[in-house]
Design a protein around this ligand. Structure first.
Ligand SMILES: Nc1ncnc2c1ncn2[C@@H]1O[C@H](COP(=O)(O)OP(=O)(O)OP(=O)(O)O)[C@@H](O)[C@H]1O
Ligand SMILES: [Mg+2]
Length: 302
């Protein structure tokens, strides 16, 4: 990567992200590279806590671009995503102009840019070169009308504001969409995007992440955490749980174990700290009877 934040190969994506502590597997790095090259949005789908949001943050960092984030939720309206007029300021302007006779001009004046409140999607269009990294986070939580609007936005990267005219992108934002797949997105959205399914990391990559993020954890503990969590996510154990831990849970668990001065895992400490790995009562109940099997001496954790 050169100093201006240009990335020229898949290896450079991996290296640049590693430099800010993000361990990307090759397929993900390929998707990122192609998204940059082809100037196409990248849709990241995957289980919670596997690094979808973090990727967008780290990408902004390595490319020296500002991150502009739109957090989606059910019932989100265009005015929260795109822009709205500052009605209070407009009213004040009109009140101040009450005595003036040129009401037509006053009406135009209240639609000046200074009364425009720019929300993330508009800010991303107006960000000066080289442009922003636009994170449209948890797009599966937004409703269908918003998705239809988004489709238009991603297709043209321009927005029409009736009072001000069409706003074109000053520089193409690098766009990352994330989804937990709580519902299926429209094919039309997917067609606009490059797609990457983010899986749980394999043991070695998770170990590297734990080592990097929780350097206070001893080597033996870090090894045991990554093996134990990988085992939880593998069959037959994974079937016993509604939701297995993500990377963020592994990191939190490592921090918790360090603060308890744990050097190696044993059934008792796992039992006592299981609420960091599992956030559902049923999953906690399912874990207890499996602990002996998970910690079988024939398959040591390290
Ligand atoms: N590849 C990675 N390298 C380093 N750290 C990672 C990686 N993936 C995840 N993490 C860590 O895990 C944490 C959780 O990741 P993140 O919030 O991005 O998950 P997510 O997939 O967006 O989850 P959710 O769907 O719940 O929003 C991050 O704060 C980061 O510290
Ligand atoms: Mg996220």
């Amino acid at each position: 990567m050169n100093a201006s934040g240009h990335i020229n190969s898949i290896d450079e994506v991996i290296q640049a992200l590693a430099g800010v502590g993000y361990k990307a597997e090759r397929r993900l790095a390929t998707a990122v590279f192609l998204s940059l090259r082809l100037q196409r949005p990248l849709l990241l789908e995957g289980e919670p806590g596997v690094g979808k949001t973090e990727l967008a943050k780290m990408l902004a960092k390595v490319l020296f671009r500002p991150l502009i984030r739109l957090q989606c939720y059910d019932g989100m309206e265009q005015r929260e995503a795109l822009y709205e007029w500052n009605h209070a300021a407009q009213l004040l302007h009109m009140r101040a102009a009450q005595s003036r006779a040129d009401t037509d001009i006053v009406e135009q004046e209240v639609y000046q840019e200074k009364y425009l409140i720019r929300r993330p999607l508009l800010r991303a269009l107006q960000e000066p070169a080289p442009g922003a990294v636009l994170l449209i986070d948890e797009v599966d939580r937004a409703d269908e009308p918003f998705e239809a609007f988004l489709l238009e936005y991603l297709g043209e990267y321009q927005v029409s504001i009736p009072e001000l005219g069409t706003q074109h992108a000053v520089a193409m934002p690098i766009t990352i969409l994330t989804s937990n797949r709580t519902r299926d997105l429209h094919d039309a959205i997917k067609r606009r995007c490059l797609y990457h399914w983010m899986d749980y990391p394999e043991r070695e990559r998770e170990l590297a992440i734990v080592r990097a993020q929780v350097p206070q954890a001893g080597e033996a503990l870090a090894q045991q955490i990554s093996t134990f969590v990988a085992r939880l996510r593998s069959q037959p154990f994974a079937n016993a749980f509604q939701r297995v831990p993500g990377i963020s849970e592994s990191i939190e668990w490592a921090k918790a174990l360090v603060s308890l001065d744990t050097l190696v895992l044993d059934p008792e400490v796992i039992h006592d700290t299981a609420g960091i790995l599992f956030k559902q009562r049923e999953d906690l109940a399912a874990l207890a009877p499996l602990l002996n099997e998970l910690l079988t001496p024939e398959q040591p954790l390290t």
